[in-house]
Design a protein around this ligand. Structure first.
Ligand code: PMP
Length: 427
């Protein structure tokens, strides 16, 4: 039998860190990653045959569970007609119509192949449309690995302690202004000083790359007002929150309308996809309708569209998001009781189908507080859970994701594992 260890040894010779995306390597939590052989429903199975209840969900897209038959069958049907055409296809229109219907601010859409591409393109559009160069992002937020975003970035960049990556020119980084998340006064002060130079403010409306931190009451509204007053565009990066915190995303959940929105993985149902869109007057400036250039050979790929459309059909089932949110609450409440029973300082955040686990006693509503939490305890908890067949994101700075395949039984198994895991931490 091939073991995880053997595969990781081989992988490390061939790929940087043995992986194709950094956080997967377990560098932050220590140890070695497992290699998945197959996935179904709420679970992954590694090459050694061990089962894990999965709260990563391919980092978000598997909101209806892994290998859902309706998504798989849609892909199988699409594959029969060919893998890529390089011409327009009807499924792209269905996707644009679906996105626009579910998220009304998406008056026009451009499909791309990843979240990174979506945010990079949205920023180019914002700069092209406003004639301004500066962008504003938030400390601990992650918007993919585009040069402009690797400044005080979250996710893997935060885990690895490289807030600004070598290779990002200083001149480029200088155009990215950063703000503390959930601090309206800091945003007001920055806009008072530099408002007329700001092309766009981009935000994860629920931060999911510094663990999970929801916006405080009125915060997104305040940012909306600042952008409107200064002529900067408000971009919601809904790569994580889209179709997850509510059917209409965070913009529906909080009732704030951005000018542009970016989506990623979730709208591909597991296939490589992203999209950006929003106000028609802005999107009409994208090539070939307008002068702002952006393109993609595989964009609007028929197989990816089929997977995404099937997935988006499933999340429209009546009560889907209410049930997802209820299950998320059941999980985090259960974990909280388990931690309390062992006297471990622990707190959680949850919005819809995403959640955060923090090793600290105080509620976490800022990046500074997230960073102060005890990541060594998280790492021990991560491994204690992994041993017991529960896979949490391998970093203290990633959100957790619920799926509709996580039923009461799976959640009860998770809480039972956590009870033991917290006990080992307390011992
Ligand atoms: N934006 C957000 C909010 C994300 O969480 C991510 C990735 N997790 C991205 C953008 C980048 O997406 P991708 O990895 O598909 O490039």
């Amino acid at each position: 039998m091939t073991t995880n260890h053997e595969l990781f040894q081989r992988a490390r010779q061939l790929m940087p860190g043995g992986v194709n995306s950094p956080v997967r390597a377990f560098k932050s939590v220590g140890g070695e990653p497992f290699f998945t052989a197959r996935a179904d429903g709420a679970c992954l199975w590694d090459v050694e045959g061990k089962r894990y209840i999965d709260y990563v969900g391919s980092w978000g897209p598997m909101i209806v569970g892994h290998n859902h038959p309706a998504v798989r069958e849609a892909v199988e049907r699409a594959v029969k007609d060919g893998l890529s055409f390089g011409t327009p296809c009807a499924a792209e229109i269905s996707m644009a119509e679906t996105l626009g219907r579910l998220v009304p601010s998406m008056e026009m859409v451009r499909m791309v192949n990843s979240g990174t591409e979506a945010t990079m393109s949205a920023i180019r559009l914002a700069r092209g449309a406003t004639g301004r160069s500066k962008i504003v992002k938030f400390e601990g937020c992650y918007h993919g690995h585009g040069d402009s975003f690797l400044v005080k970035a979250g996710s893997g960049a935060l885990t690895f302690g490289v807030p600004t990556s070598p290779g990002v020119p200083k001149e480029n980084a200088d155009l990215t202004l950063t703000l503390p998340y959930n601090d309206s006064d800091a945003a007001k002060a920055l806009f008072a000083e530099q408002g007329p130079e700001i092309a766009a403010l981009i935000i994860e409306p629920v931060a999911g790359n510094m663990n999970c931190i929801p916006p405080v009451d009125g915060y997104l509204q305040a940012l909306r007002e600042l952008c409107t007053q200064s002529g900067a565009l408000l971009i919601f990066d809904e790569v994580m929150t889209g179709f997850r915190v509510a059917l209409g995303g965070a913009q529906a959940y909080y009732g704030v309308t951005p000018d542009l929105t970016t989506f990623g993985k979730i709208i591909g149902g597991g296939m490589p996809v992203g999209a950006y869109g929003g106000r028609r007057d802005l999107m009409e400036q994208i090539a070939p309708a307008g002068p702002i250039y952006q393109a993609g050979t595989l964009s609007g790929n028929p197989v990816a569209m089929a997977a995404g459309l099937a997935m988006l059909e499933l999340v429209q089932a009546p009560g889907f998001h209410e049930q997802l949110a209820a299950r998320t609450c059941l999980l985090v409440d259960g974990l909280q009781s388990a931690a309390d029973a062992s006297g471990i300082a622990f707190t959680t955040n949850a919005v819809g189908g995403m959640f955060g686990l923090f090793f600290g006693a105080a509620k976490v509503d800022t990046y500074a507080k997230a960073v102060e939490c005890d990541s060594a305890s998280f790492n021990r908890f991560f491994h204690a859970m992994l041993e017991r067949g529960v896979y949490l994101a391998p970093s203290a700075f990633e959100a957790g994701f619920m799926s509709s395949a996580h039923d009461d039984d799976v959640i009860a198994q998770t809480i039972a594992a956590a009870r033991e895991a917290f006990r080992t931490l307390a011992a």
